[in-house]
Design a protein around this ligand. Sequence first.
Ligand code: GDP
Ligand code: MG
Length: 488
Amino acid sequence: MLLNDAAYWQQLFQNDTILSVTQWLVPMLTGNALTGKLRCLNNMYFSSPSVQNAVGKLHSSEWCPTVPKPCPFLKFARHQRGTHPDLGPWRSAPPQQATPSTKLGMDALPLQSVQKANRQPFRLNVMVVGESGLGKTTFMNTLFNTDLVSEIVPEEPTKTVKISPITYELIEGKTTLQLTIIDTPGFGDRLDRSEDINPLVRYIENQYQAYWDAEKISSIRKPTFDTRVHVCLYFISPSGHSLKAHDVLALQELSSRVNVIPIIAKADTMTQREKKLFKQTILQDLSLHAIPIYPTAYSEHHETLEHLEQHIPFTVIGSEVGLQKDEKPIRGRQYDWGIVEVENENHCDFIHLREILFITCLAELVEITHTRHYHDYRASHLRKDGRPPSILECDEEYDRRIEDARKSISERLQRKDEEIRQNFVQLARHQELALRKKEEKVCMSHRFSFQHKELMEDIEREKASLASEEEAFLQTLESRQSVKAGKR
Ligand code: GDP
Ligand code: MG
């Protein structure tokens, strides 16, 4: 069935002449249509009559006899999951075309970029890696046509790889280039070379981390000084053989973190044929070990770079000596038999490499460093705590997790409800018991006070009868005494 065929969708909508809808609906359907996006599509866009019309056609047997009626998009989305970059749930409808009635002068907009570029210096951080003596320092001086790196004396073999970044400011006309050269003397000097790559990897990652840290602090976010490695020039010894094991290891480690451009050093030591064969061998090795190199593995403008890509890996010659040829100053190496010229494309690929670095791809190198390598670094760190690699992959997982979370919350709430109810019942029982006891007590005290009252009344009554008896007795006594006194 044609459900996952972009051309089918295209034709489906074009036949219906709903071109405006086709413009955005077809990419959406053939791109990563997530469950969430489909919901959004259903909710938002399907309210548009033209889309409803298209969807109606889609469901009708005339247009799409085998599409299941309930929701073909959902099925399509599930089928296409993970095959295209995720466009995100924030995707909105494309802008509508409008032609201004009067000239706005928009064609001058690119000038703003030029002015901005003139105001702000360009930055390029270049790491040079390769065994000592391959001519890295000489090459960097040749490349920038100035004595940037002063040491030319052979370096003492060091115990560890030293990383020494030096920043230069090169000014040409109105343009300023802040260039940082990160030399790595000591790389490959030891017998056991497997460890040599670690300091380089650490350095690269430290720069990503520093940039990330700076980004988190809003006050220093704007002038964040970019020390990330934008390009790594990897110098390969002109041996004519396959890549050495430690070169493969280093290239693998570096190319997974930065843009790597492989370079064959000291091209003047090889014949034309040897250079050609060596290039083929290296390219085979790179593809065998799945080592992505710049620009082949990255650039989106392959057609504009084809004339440069055919020279990869670039052969170079370094020379800091100015020579004369036909009374013109040139850079080259003087031998007994003649001169090899740095900028002669029959002698080496120096001019092509320079074009890639400064004319065609400087901005792209910086951009890829930010959008690919730096984000890969951040993503790998963020994923450490178990986050899924992309929204796309977590789509189903996410729904399930939300469902699980919802379930567990409702269970927890139910348990809590039950607990509260039990507590309440318990409390009520306690209260009831206490009240009952109180009532009994009150009753008791009532009864007691009633008895007390009765007793008191009895006492009072007895008191009164006693008093009357006493009075009667006294009267009797008095009358007897008076009778006695009369007799006398
Ligand atoms: P590094 O250790 O890689 O920085 O190498 P250097 O730049 O210090 O160069 C080491 C030696 O190689 C010096 O004597 C240079 O003159 C020489 N050298 C540099 N580039 C070339 C080159 O392209 N061809 C040849 N034949 N020798 C070179
Ligand atoms: Mg050096």
